[in-house]
Design a protein around this ligand. Structure first.
Ligand code: C2O
Ligand code: CU
Ligand code: CU
Length: 511
């Protein structure tokens, strides 16, 4: 059976970030090529057949990104980004989250189905400098590429910009049996796509680059490498691609339009593989793809581009023939029935710049905006009402669950949206219908994943509750947070400026 190959980016061209007045185009960096950094796997402190123990340390450091001065960066168990954490399905994880930064942070496991708000690690789970928070949870979801990032609203964007973003891979037996490349670092490699602007002495300056619609830089950074190449030694290569940028959309394609096959989305393996020549990712989305270099002559280079700018050069070496075909059907995914007599929940993302809101409101840490019973299955209609110029795509993300995308303005979702997702790009003027259920109780955030929009208040929170076991939560409040940060910085709280606050101030609101 010959399958169709998708050759377009699906999203509305008129809403691409390139149309934003503040758009910063990527530029090819004028520095020598460097081997792609592949984040090492984090070694457990201890491992038994049923339990794994890890220590994750948020730390400051310096990283040689460009020739000359090193760049001051932040990372997890390293100077930049993170070591990759592996969560084997069925096992119980015990993790010490250690903060060696000069300011408070939180450790959010984006895409992980765990109780909120503390294990989930959103803004209600601060870890103060020099302190450690301990979490335990059982891994109970299919194999997937997830990520860890800081989430201390309203400085999530700034901390991620400093480098606090790592990968977390869920593994399971179903995925292990599928004919995918599985050799991490050899034929199974992550690609964290980010962009930065380098200032004097090769340093980053978040405030100088601040834009309420999302901070961008002209230089692509892949796994914390500028201008990388990767030596391909196998016919098939699996890339776990994460849009880890604060704002940037990536429009990916290879040289000569080499086709590739997407096998997984945010929440894991998709029911069916989908073939592409072009793929757009919005912030926080993941796509796992398999690239087949079988028709490439060893000695040649295949380049991955975003728009017209090269991101990674794949230098193809000799490889053993591997003509493994993927089955037409990969996995079954859950699709529970909607709970009878449940109204469709409406969620509206509106505004741009400082005016961004969720349901006409800005985020408030102590306000719970919605409630959904654990186990109930609901339809959510997520609307993007942007109409200024051509508007913009807002990537809608939910904590604590993986959802199904049912339709876009009543039409079929995109070909690669038939698997579990935790983030979905919503075009201007569009309503995306998703099916949502929670397996754990907790308070969970949902928001636009343009991180400056999230910090700027395009965010709300829902309590997933169990009527038989009512719970109360200690939610973070703005005064506690501001006082702590001011104290850590050794300044008066009145002088504290967090870029995310400007969105509230310009709208005449308090956080
Ligand atoms: Cu990537 Cu609120 O999360
Ligand atoms: Cu998240
Ligand atoms: Cu947005």
């Amino acid at each position: 059976m010959t399958k169709s190959i998708h050759t377009d980016y699906f999203f509305d061209e008129t809403a691409y970030n390139t149309h934003d007045g503040g758009y910063v185009p990527l530029e090819e960096p004028d520095v020598p090529q460097q081997p792609l950094r592949v984040p090492p796997l984090l070694k457990p402190d201890k491992e038994t057949p049923t339990d794994t123990y890890y220590t994750v340390v948020a730390q400051t450091g310096e990283t040689q990104l460009l020739p000359g001065k090193k760049t001051k960066t932040w990372g997890y168990n390293g100077s930049l980004l993170g070591q990759t954490v592996v969560f084997a399905k069925g096992k119980t994880m015990h993790i010490d989250l250690k903060n060696e930064l000069p300011e408070l942070t939180t450790f959010h496991w984006h895409g992980l189905n765990v109780p909120g708000p503390y294990t989930d690690g959103g803004c209600h789970a601060p870890v103060y400098p020099g302190k450690t928070r301990h979490i335990d949870f059982k891994v109970d979801q299919p194999a997937a590429t997830l990520w860890l990032h800081a989430h201390p609203c309203p400085s999530t964007a700034e901390q991620v910009w400093h480098g606090l973003a790592g990968l977390a891979l869920v593994t399971d037996e179903t995925e292990a049996k599928l004919p995918f490349p599985h050799n991490y670092g050899v034929d199974d490699i992550p690609l964290v796509l980010q962009d930065r602007r380098f200032h004097e002495d090769n340093q980053w300056d978040y405030e100088a680059d601040y834009d309420p619609d999302g901070v961008q830089g002209p230089t692509a950074m892949i796994n914390g490498t500028i201008n990388p190449y990767f030596d391909v030694t196998t016919q098939r290569l699996r890339l776990r691609i994460l849009d880890g940028a604060n704002r940037r959309e990536w429009r990916l394609h290879f040289s000569d339009d080499l086709p590739f096959t997407q096998i997984a989305s945010d929440g894991g393996v998709m029911p069916e593989p989908v073939e592409f020549t072009h793929l757009m990712l919005t912030c926080a989305e993941r796509a796992e793809i398999i690239v087949d270099f079988g028709k490439v002559t060893p000695g040649h280079t295949v380049t991955l581009y975003s728009d017209d700018v090269p991101l990674v050069r794949f230098r193809v070496h000799d490889f053993e023939t591997d003509d493994t075909q993927l089955p037409d059907h990969l996995v079954d995914i859950p699709n529970p029935d909607v709970t009878p007599d449940t109204p469709v929940r409406k969620v509206v993302m509106s505004g741009m710049d400082e005016a961004v809101m969720m349901d006409g409101k800005k985020f408030e840490m102590q306000r719970i905006d919605a409630r959904q019973k654990v186990g109930n299955v609901e339809l959510w209609d997520v609307t993007n009402t942007n109409d200024m110029d051509a508007g913009m795509v807002h990537p809608f993300h939910m904590h604590g669950t993986q959802f199904l995308v049912l339709s876009r303005n009543g039409h079929e979702p995109y070909a690669n949206e038939h698997g579990l997702k935790d983030t979905v790009g919503v075009n201007p003027g569009e309503t995306v219908r998703i099916k949502v259920w929670f397996e754990h109780t907790g308070v969970y955030m949902y928001h636009c994943h343009i991180i400056e929009h999230e910090d700027g208040g395009m965010m709300a929170q829902i309590e997933a509750y169990d009527p038989d076991h009512p719970q109360t939560y200690k939610l973070m409040d703005m005064d506690t947070l501001m006082n702590a940060v001011a104290e850590e910085r050794g300044i008066d709280v009145k002088d504290l400026k967090l870029p995310g606050m400007s969105s509230y101030e310009k709208m005449g609101m308090k956080m």
